[in-house]
Design a protein around this ligand. Structure first.
Ligand code: GAR
Length: 192
């Protein structure tokens, strides 16, 4: 399986996935990191880790379809077979969804269906819930919807701040995402 990781931000999840692949606890080959943000911090991380990078700014295209067609062309060129969204802050359109049907997963920092959308950690903190967590799910046309693959809970203590909660959630993400991708890889091999 050849994996492309999509990220718009700092790329700590992308980094954790790449590390797992380099240490072979994840048996997928990381073919490409894709970003839609020309200044995203993930770019320097991918370069440092020697993973090819595609920077594709949707603003340079007239339509979302045209943007996604270009991305799909680049993915096919590198024989990408699976996509992991890791902080890619953009809804996936039908062009990309149809090209990789059932082969796109996303990570979200809450126990979905609670707290979809932006700033899920802040939303959970503000709501005063005692337990939040991390979800990995297949991607469909909705925002943070799609079949759930894995979830892990994170307890919110009285002493937590948004910052400490953020650290706790991200620590869980960095384990759960590579481990879940490895399980997907294993079950895919069994089907073959
Ligand atoms: C992660 O916490 C991820 O769960 C979240 O963005 C962050 C990216 O961090 N994704 C979403 O909120 C998707 N709706 P990173 O760039 O350090 O990996």
């Amino acid at each position: 399986m050849k994996l492309a990781i999509f990220a718009s931000g700092s790329g700590t999840n992308a980094e954790a996935i790449i590390h797992a692949a380099q240490q072979q606890t994840l048996e997928m080959e990381i073919a490409l990191v894709v970003t839609d943000k020309p200044k995203a911090k993930v770019i320097e991380k991918a370069e440092r880790l020697n993973v090819p990078m595609l920077i594709c700014d949707p603003k340079s295209f007239e339509t979302k379809d045209a943007y996604e067609e270009q991305v799909v062309r680049e993915l096919k060129k590198r024989q990408v077979t699976f996509i992991a969204l890791a902080g890619y802050m953009r809804l996936i359109g039908s062009t990309l969804l149809n090209a990789y049907e059932g082969r796109i997963v996303n990570i979200h920092p809450s126990l979905l269906p609670s707290f979809p959308g932006l700033d899920a950690i802040g939303q959970a903190f503000q709501a005063g819930v005692k337990i939040t967590g991390v979800t990995i799910h297949y991607v469909d046309e909705g925002m943070d919807t799609g079949e759930i693959i894995a979830q892990e809970a994170v307890r919110i203590e009285e002493t937590d701040t948004v910052e400490t909660l953020h650290q706790k959630v991200q620590a869980v993400e960095h384990q759960l995402y590579p481990n879940t991708l490895q399980k997907i890889f294993r079950s895919d091999r069994e089907v073959e």
